[in-house]
Design a protein around this ligand. Sequence first.
Ligand SMILES: Cc1cc2nc3c(=O)[nH]c(=O)nc-3n(C[C@H](O)[C@H](O)[C@H](O)COP(=O)(O)O)c2cc1C
Length: 217
Amino acid sequence: MGSTAVEFKNTATSTLLELVKNRRTYYGLKGESPISDDAIERIVQDSVLHVPSSFNTQTSRVVLLLKEEHQKVWDIAIKAIEGLVAAGHVPKESFETSTKPKLESFRAAYGTVLFFVDYEALAPIKEKFAIYADKFDPFALESNAMSQYFVWLALESEGFGANLQHYSPLVDEEIAKTWGLPASWKLDAQLVFGTPTSEPGEKQFAPIEDRFKVFGK
Ligand SMILES: Cc1cc2nc3c(=O)[nH]c(=O)nc-3n(C[C@H](O)[C@H](O)[C@H](O)COP(=O)(O)O)c2cc1C
């Protein structure tokens, strides 16, 4: 599976591929960091600055939350789902035995990166290129996902473990209120990161032959 020995001109390419292969979903995390907060901030800022976007529209918005600020996200999620339990929309039993411990495990981590898309910022370009108007929203989300992946990869390269969560729209209003964020920032994903306390689960791979073709080699 992609294991034929090949040589790259730039050793950074091999390093990059190793990082890609080693990135996994880590759920067991603790609130310690192997690197400085400034180094984390640099990774996240660089993702905002340098990850590409369609027509260079730069629609991604990102909030980095560390320590107590990070814990607030998961308090918000716990409270939101407690509300659903109280309203009878979520069974109390499954909340207590499964959902709550999962949310508390995210809370036990070191930080959360909130990834938003500002779809409203696309209004002028949608007008300018009306023929592509319906493409810009998906393009913006694709660009956001690139940032998510880059930050996930870079944090794990520095010794963190991370997992990607999606609690929108349940937590949107409270998150915007807590950190005074613009109403046009639409939350997509939450990347939880911390020092790993357990290994990721085993991963199955569908045969590469069913998923990839090459012609003209
Ligand atoms: C777009 C996307 C959405 C995901 N959403 C969630 C999620 O909401 N909760 C979660 O625990 N994992 C989520 N994951 C993680 C995947 O389940 C995980 O990446 C996949 O099972 C492969 O495992 P790996 O990350 O260890 O390689 C998501 C991953 C991607 C790429």
